[in-house]
Design a protein around this ligand. Structure first.
Ligand code: ITT
Length: 192
């Protein structure tokens, strides 16, 4: 079975991706690889950051690897927080503070349309490939649910009457930005 290292420090992402790629390839985490580095992501695009994370790992270990960079893009805020989603309310990357800041900024706005966008950068045999996944929806006026992570409690995907944090991981994965990007990665790997 093919082996890939996932260049992320976010355990929630690891679980979601493992659940999707199960049976096709073995995913190794940074921890298993003995890498405890805080991998830099200082570009101003999702593509740039995703590429930076997988190149960092590939340069250091020479392994086949991939990374995911994700942003929540809110229409009424001109795409904010976007590539800055993790540190929206400060360097501590606190999801609660990030959600409260977003809810405050959106107060009074009628347009609550938003989308999650994921870019995956894969480095396989020294060549880089990109995969994108998007889910459209809206920002709720308050938090709902305890599943998932990050902004999940305040994001309702189109076609559902519940937030991402009220869906099981399986159900989120079927329609989510990351689930869709990973499906493209999956189809690509099957053909290799
Ligand atoms: P790595 O860079 O180590 O992968 P990270 O948590 O910093 O982990 P990102 O930069 O890709 O990941 O994500 C930016 C933020 O967007 C992240 O901190 C979450 O708050 C949020 N986010 C990402 N994916 C999400 C999801 O599926 N549901 C809700 N929020 C998400």
């Amino acid at each position: 079975m093919r082996e890939l290292v996932f260049a992320t420090n976010n355990q929630h992402k690891v679980e979601e991706v493992q659940n999707k790629l199960d049976g096709l390839c073995k995913i190794h985490t940074l921890k298993e690889y003995g890498c405890t580095d805080d991998i830099p992501e200082d570009h101003d695009t999702l593509e740039g950051n995703a590429s930076q994370k997988s190149h960092y790992l590939h340069d250091k270990y020479g392994c086949d690897c991939f990374s995911d960079d994700t942003g929540l893009e809110v229409e009424a805020l001109d795409g904010e927080p976007g590539v800055y989603s993790a540190r929206y309310a400060g360097e501590s990357k606190n999801p609660e503070a990030n959600m409260q800041k977003l809810l405050k900024k959106l107060a009074g706005h009628e347009n609550r349309r938003a989308r999650f966008r994921t870019i995956i950068s894969l480095i396989l045999n020294g060549k880089e490939y990109f995969f994108e996944g998007i889910v459209n929806g809206e920002i709720l006026t308050e938090k709902h649910g305890n599943e998932g992570f990050g902004y999940d409690p305040i994001f309702r995907p189109d076609g559902f009457d519940r937030s991402f944090a009220e869906l099981s991981m399986n159900d989120k994965n079927k329609i989510s930005h990351r689930g869709r990007a990973v499906e493209k990665l999956f189809d690509f790997l099957k053909k290799q």
